[in-house]
Ligand binder design. Structure first.
Ligand code: ZN
Length: 207
């Protein structure tokens, strides 16, 4: 079951310097935003489907921020008060389509490409969150919110200058270094200590 029904999913690209470098990119001087459709949402334990059109589907373990109160043109203090909680997110991406298209809507928009869970947890310090990604039990990514280029409140404030953030909206705060491919039969886990573990199996074929 999907633990959250956001009206929108706002994602941030290249918010960890080491991840930008591993893909041959520079760190942007302002947050680079894109959106994932709510139809991509997937609950804990549900199956990520590899679309036949892509030969390179990759995991991106991320810290998800759930909005607690409406934010519009928030300052940093207001943005911090607007944090409702945190959740593990996997920003599943067709890396080949992302490179080919330039725009990221197709590469990141397939059904099942936004697993999140296991639950929303509030009351944690946004400065001290850690995110760990494992594939088949092997650790592939580990970073903390202190490694982000733009902090969580600064991201929320920046986004709220563009679009009103409603309670329940989800901000995926970018992935650290170590992204890599997913294959049929894999199990991918994203863990935020204090929040829990999001685990999803991977299968070939469209739903
Ligand atoms: Zn991402």
């Amino acid at each position: 079951m999907i633990p959250l029904t956001p009206s929108k999913i706002v994602c941030v690209g290249r918010n960890y310097a080491a991840h930008a470098r591993e893909l041959g990119n520079t760190v942007p001087d302002l947050p680079m935003l894109f959106l994932k459709p709510p139809s991509a949402l997937l609950g804990p334990g549900e199956t990520i489907r590899l679309p036949a059109v892509s030969a390179q589907v990759e995991f991106e373990g991320e810290i998800g921020v759930v909005i607690g109160k409406r934010l519009w043109r928030a300052d940093l203090a207001g943005a911090e008060r607007g944090i409702g909680g945190f959740i593990c997110v996997n920003d599943v991406t067709c890396r080949d389509l992302q490179k080919r298209d330039g725009q990221w809507g197709r590469a990141k928009g397939f059904d099942t490409f936004c697993p999140l869970g296991p639950r929303v947890v509030g009351g944690l310090d946004w400065r001290a969150l850690e995110v760990v990604t494992r594939v088949n039990g092997v650790e592939r990514q580990r970073a903390t919110s202190a490694d982000m280029v733009v902090s969580i409140p600064a991201l929320l404030a920046f986004v709220s200058e563009i679009m009103t953030l409603e309670p329940g909206d989800l901000i995926a705060t970018g992935t650290p270094a170590g992204t890599g491919p997913l294959a049929h039969g894999d199990v991918v886990e994203v863990e935020i200590p204090g929040v829990g573990v999001l685990s999803n199996p991977v299968r070939e074929g469209d739903r």
